[in-house]
Write a protein that binds this ligand. Sequence first.
Ligand code: FPP
Length: 258
Amino acid sequence: MQRRRAPDAYAGAEAERSQARFAPEEVPTHVAIIMDGNGRWAEGRGLPRLAGHRAGTENIRPVARCFAEYGVKHLTLFAFSTENWTRPEDEVTGLFDLLADVIEIQTRELHREGVRLRHLGRLDRLPDSLQASIESSVAMTKDNDGFELSIAFDYGGRDEILQAVRRLLAAGVAPDDLDEAKLSQHLYTYGVPDPDLIVRTAGEMRLSNFLLWQGAYAEHYVTNACWPDFDRAEAIRALEAYRGRRRSFGGVLRDNTD
Ligand code: FPP
């Protein structure tokens, strides 16, 4: 009788073959994702929008694990924007509850895996209990030096720059002393390298106020898949697209034969 390979072993071997096709320098250090299309995913199935957001929490771990296996060091997820407050109240509070659940259920395991959690955005407008659980998960994992997972929640790029400028003015920084490095120190992402690749799901081609400063030279990748359908295969397709890009950062690309 012919022996069958266990599905897991097969997936592992496939994954290894696929990873081997990437040289380390072909893998983005930092991937940032605009997780769009949860509402459309839910509506297409006759479900309430929140069911789409809930489904969109379930692929976070496998997608993060996939990127980590390929050598990505930082993953940033845009989960709630400064503009999302205008959504119906039950959707807003539903998103707060989902973040609280994700933190409660996943922080200890992520901590055991050496993952450092970060929060990007404003804390002051979130419910007290959510602020406390964000702060405790960030504090618990702060010394981890493995993969870094940043959740942008009540985050807006313009607001981030505005808050940074306010802090600089309050500190009395003179105009001539202000430079890009100093401003960067006051952004939520201080210490995190700029994103190399910004992925957006559900086919939209907009930044929507995400990482405006940090994304100056990021490569963009858009997939039609709604966020809950963004799986390992989608993540690998995004990495493959990135590998094909030639980045000049405003300079001139020369090949090695010059
Ligand atoms: C955009 O889809 C998605 C959001 C505004 C929320 C993203 C949130 C999650 C994936 C779940 C929560 C995640 C964490 C980490 C708590 P949309 O609602 O705009 O979709 P649509 O454009 O199809 O309506």
